[in-house]
Design a protein around this ligand. Sequence first.
Ligand code: KIV
Ligand code: ZN
Length: 564
Amino acid sequence: MKGFEKYRRQYFMPPKPCLEWTKKEYIEEAPIWCSVDLRDGNQSLIIPMSLEEKLEFFKLLVAVGFKEIEVGFPAASQTEFDFVRTLIEEDLIPDDVTIQVLTQAREHIIKRTFEAVKGAKRENVIVHLYNSTSKAQREQVFRKSKEEIKQIAVDGARLLQELSERDGGGYRFEYSPESFTGTEVEYALEVCNAVLDVWKPTADHKVIINLPVTVEMSMPHVYASQIEYMCKHMKDREHVVISLHPHNDRGCGVADSELGVLAGADRIEGTLFGNGERTGNVDIITLAMNMYSMGVDPQLDFSDMPHIVDVYEQVTRMKVGYRQPYAGQLVFAAFSGSHQDAIAKGMHYRDEQQETQWTVPYLPLDPRDVGRQYETDVIRINSQSGKGGVAYMLEEYYGYELPVDMREGIGYFMKGISDAQHRELLPNEVRDLFEKEYRNVNTPYAMEDFHFAREGGDFICTLRVVTDGERKNIVGSGNGRLDAVSNALRNNTNVQFDIMDYKEHALTKGSTSKAVSYVKIKDCRGLDQWGVGIHDDIITSSVMALFSALNRALAQRRAQEGKG
Ligand code: KIV
Ligand code: ZN
């Protein structure tokens, strides 16, 4: 692709290699989560949320379990300001939830921010100060030296301290060297340490230093190394909460966060479904569920994902993509035959072994854990699907335990229909098609009545059969009931066949319990044909299954001869 020469790497490596984090394997406990949906997420929407919408979203975030929520940039607009006032004046902030408000390091903005949070429990408010420190912004936007930019941060930090003390103290503070990823790492450290010199964190009054991936500029391991460097060299490290705030320009926000936590960070700022500026903020749902699916409690509750998706889509007017991890419509779906087969077998194995750990192939997580259903979300049928999926669907949802040998034919039958119609077949359509094609098929031969008598060791069967409008009684004998029925048919019609396989079981799914029988015959051309019978009475169901198989074979022969 032409034009690549125009670009260069704009990030800065730490002065010494910082790769200790590579020795860690996974995240062992949940970081502190901070939702920035109502600020970063909101400021990137085509239509920012109204006050009512922000309130609804706030309640959702609280219900999910967020303990820190950035609720806005109060100096940015009247709605932002009013929202913070509403939360405080209507006492809507739970005791265990801390709200966070963002302010630039500019005097009038800081002052307006303090006005917005007046009256709140001060220890439940984080005032989040930022100024941009990147090389590009220093040179192009502010045209200021490193010293001057550092001074902006220090002056802002002092004003926060002063206004907090004026109000009685106790507000919590956060500082972000905005565009950290485009800042020389040693310089970012120098600025952060200068801010810490002002705020003087203690064990009881920790300070948050947030190191944003304002724009993602490097591969995730570079960011992790930068974070490790900052963690190693930050002043008062034990009294500082190191926070990450990855955006997703290169699509690696989740990786940045995960590696950043391995590198020593304590806290992550992000949003639901990754809403946020440009390609978005890091998706906290993915991060949390990644932990969950490794057996670590994420301390957030996404068990009703469909509800979370609904509220999110309604208040943000955004759409959750079909492939959005853990939440998209298709993320548990298996259309392909081999996947369906493995899932169906994995689910059977689970039941059979009473397995408590989740190990089902192709499903990284039990869909029910996020409020999804096997019936609608997992095995789905289209032209890519195979016998396993159709058999699983018919058994799990409708109770048909198809004989193994019957599955392939039904799989091809459904695949053919889906292919011809170029669409997915829903579970009830699969059932209806199956029943229409295989069950109680009664043309050209309809069975009206039958009874059995015993003669010696044999069964004698008398059947009343209607064909082409003509009704007649036929009789046959055999050493089993089905054998007797077969002989009656063979001896009194010009059709020849052999019974090859038979299965029956109670059909317990649905309101009433019936018997279902499956019969396989080989017709006079040597072709196999299955039929299914359903009836209250098991014997009747088996006779009907035999008629179904025979009628299907005849219908197929007629169709082929007609074509020929
Ligand atoms: O992305 C960013 O750098 C920000 C800061 C204000 C933290 O949103
Ligand atoms: Zn941001």
